[in-house]
Design a protein around this ligand. Structure first.
Ligand SMILES: O=C(O)CCC(=O)C(=O)O
Length: 188
């Protein structure tokens, strides 16, 4: 059994395989995937993945020197949002979609703690496609480490306290098939 960090719940098979397959295919083919540059250490660089930001207009999200303006909801993302609101009892008005094309695509260490997410945000993360590691470490105790495997159709429900206590990352790996992750958020 995997030991999981505090302040979160992992629900494998939250979507059925057919539901997850259909959502993955539709999002892969129909989302207008982009690769906006971010500012790191004084330089503009490509992010190692593609992304899209969707939500209730005209919400904006700022991180690493870029501003994303919400695009209209894709019907598959909106259907997952409705399901999530039922499961969690929480409202979400935006989603960040990340498309990891292969094992070279990744997400660096960070916490989702931008001011527009509010003081102690709840974030619901739905994974589609290839399973990838989700690494977690304590912000104050970097030796406190966890590694979850986020599977096709799973939900990782990051509850109040998670972003304050931990950082997370999706490391590169030698080989990986495509994966899409959707993190649903509430922008205030
Ligand atoms: O791809 C993932 O599972 C993580 C995505 C993530 O960390 C984020 O969107 O902030």
């Amino acid at each position: 059994m995997e030991i999981i960090p505090k302040h979160c719940q992992y629900l494998p098979g939250w979507l059925t395989t057919t539901e997850a397959d259909n959502a993955f295919k539709a999002l892969l083919e129909e989302v207008n995937w982009k690769c906006p540059k971010i500012r790191m250490f004084g330089r503009w660089i490509d992010q190692p993945r593609l992304l899209d930001w969707q939500g209730d207009n005209p919400l904006e999200y700022r991180y690493s020197g870029q501003t994303l303006v919400a695009q209209p909801w894709h019907r598959a993302a909106d259907a997952i949002r409705r399901r999530l609101e039922h499961t969690t009892g929480i409202r979400f008005n935006t989603v960040l979609l990340n498309y990891y094309r292969d094992g070279r695509d990744s997400m660096g260490w960070h916490s989702d703690d931008e001011p527009e997410l509010g003081k102690d945000p709840v974030i619901a993360s739905v994974s589609l496609g290839a399973a990838r590691d989700f690494a977690v470490r304590g912000r104050l105790q970097p030796d406190e480490k966890y590694k979850l495997t986020l599977e096709h159709g799973s939900l990782l429900w990051m509850k109040a306290g998670f972003q304050q206590h931990y950082m997370h990352a999706v490391p590169k790996r030698a080989q990986a098939a495509p994966r899409i992750n959707l993190t649903f958020r509430y922008i205030i």
